[in-house]
Design a protein. Structure first.
Length: 122
């Protein structure tokens, strides 16, 4: 099968299934981290929309990891990559200088995924 040669699907006994995709996890992590940064560095703009985005991204990531547990070992690397992008996006979306945001994530993976965690404003 042509798709198999491109790594899009992986054969299994008696059926074909899609290989897990790391892209959605990275995209959702980037959106989540961007909103956590905006929450922390623009406390005057905090609102229901940001809270909803944070909650939905956490749910989407949890759903993806429940559906594809093989992605769990990839989280630390995906987290680092997503944070680098989130830092740039947060700077762009807030109009703040990129140097305003820490080069390394100020949040642990556990904090990022915790339902009840929101960073304190600066």
């Amino acid at each position: 099968m042509e798709l198999e040669a491109h790594g899009q699907i992986a054969p299994t006994v008696g059926k074909t299934r899609r290989k897990p995709s790391k892209r959605p996890q990275s995209r959702e992590l980037t959106v989540l981290l961007t909103h956590l940064l905006k929450w922390q560095f623009q406390p005057s703009r905090q609102g229901a929309s940001w809270t909803l985005t944070i909650r939905v991204q956490r749910m989407d990531i949890a759903d993806l990891l429940n559906d594809e547990p093989g992605l769990i070992p990839e989280i630390p690397q995906a987290f680092e990559k997503a944070y680098r992008k989130a830092r740039l996006l947060a700077a762009n979306e807030t109009g703040m200088d990129e140097a305003t945001f820490p080069k390394q994530s100020p949040y642990t993976i556990e904090q990022t995924m915790a339902d009840d965690y929101l960073p304190e404003g600066n």
